[in-house]
Design a protein around this ligand. Structure first.
Ligand code: 4NP
Length: 147
């Protein structure tokens, strides 16, 4: 039985982690997995995902338009079993808030030794790269949990 709570983390919680939230939730529908996302920064609290992320997800039949950005807080260490950061900067920022090995052991990069880079200031192609990386990582993680 695959189960657990998964938190996807990026900087603003409007581009990458909302996509990761939607994609992981979609791929794990058959399991007892709860997925959420958060940002390490506060700039976009309460905002919906970036329109470019909404559109890419919608093209795959995944509706992320109702998500609203929130900031990562220490209580997330209690609420989630797995905390996946999109890049090393956000990994460091989450780890800085951890206060025990139990907490820090929950935090990993989504991709092993690879980053899902910030697409915010770039073009549509950056968002497609983000989407494909997140989809692959999510499938790999779920496959590893099934074994
Ligand atoms: P995200 O992208 O971390 O994938 O949500 C960003 C969104 C906003 C900003 C930076 C990255 N910003 O600087 O406002």
């Amino acid at each position: 039985m695959v189960k657990g709570n998964v938190l996807m983390v990026c900087l603003g919680n409007i581009c990458r982690s909302p996509l990761a939230h939607g994609i992981f939730e979609h791929l794990s529908k058959e399991f007892s997995i709860t997925v959420d996302s958060a940002g390490t920064a506060s700039y976009h609290i309460g905002n919906p995902p970036d329109p470019r992320s909404i559109k890419l997800a919608m093209n795959q039949g995944i509706d992320i338009s109702n998500q609203r950005a929130r900031q990562f807080t220490r209580s997330d260490f209690d609420l989630f079993d797995h905390i996946f950061a999109m890049d090393r900067q956000n990994l460091r920022n989450v780890l800085k808030l951890s206060q025990s090995e139990t907490e820090s052991n929950k935090v990993k990069l989504l991709l092993i030794n690879e980053e899902v880079e910030d697409p915010y200031y770039g073009g549509d192609q950056g968002f497609e790269i983000v989407y494909n990386k997140i989809e692959k990582a999510s499938k790999d993680i779920l496959d590893s949990w099934k074994q």
